[in-house]
Design a protein. Structure first.
Length: 133
């Protein structure tokens, strides 16, 4: 049994608060203003039903997520005109997932960023991250 009160992403009212929101029957996109400006326009797409990871989504939730992802891109292209995007899932604590409710990160990227061109795998390519066996 899942306790919705323990999961911040099950609180759709909080996801809507002070955010640009798009939603459909199964999922919600929330883009909150960044306090630091470092991730301007970054948002998350979450299923409304609690699903711990992307691997737990139903086929219908996958479709609903894709629908919102395309709407998010159209919105961000119109408002911010980014030069690229990162879109990705973190799964499990070791994979970087801090909230155990599936969420797709949608992050607009700009060519004038100091770290422009570094993708979601950039940290995996550095020698310092090589496993010691």
């Amino acid at each position: 049994m899942h306790d919705d009160h323990a999961c911040p992403y099950c609180d759709t009212a909080e996801l809507r608060r002070d955010a640009f929101v798009l939603e459909n029957d199964l999922c919600l996109l929330s883009i909150k203003p960044s306090e630091t400006g470092a991730l301007e326009g970054a948002g998350i797409i979450v299923p409304k039903a609690h699903r711990p990871t992307v691997f737990d989504l139903t086929p219908q939730e996958w479709t609903a997520t894709q629908d919102l992802l395309m709407q998010a891109r159209a919105y961000l292209d119109a408002v911010l005109a980014p030069d690229g995007y990162n879109a990705g899932w973190n799964v499990g604590a070791v994979g970087g997932q801090h909230v155990m409710h599936a969420h797709l990160h949608v992050i607009p990227r700009f060519r004038d960023e100091p770290l422009a061109g570094r993708g979601i795998r950039s940290h995996l390519k550095v020698v310092e991250n090589r496993r010691q066996r």
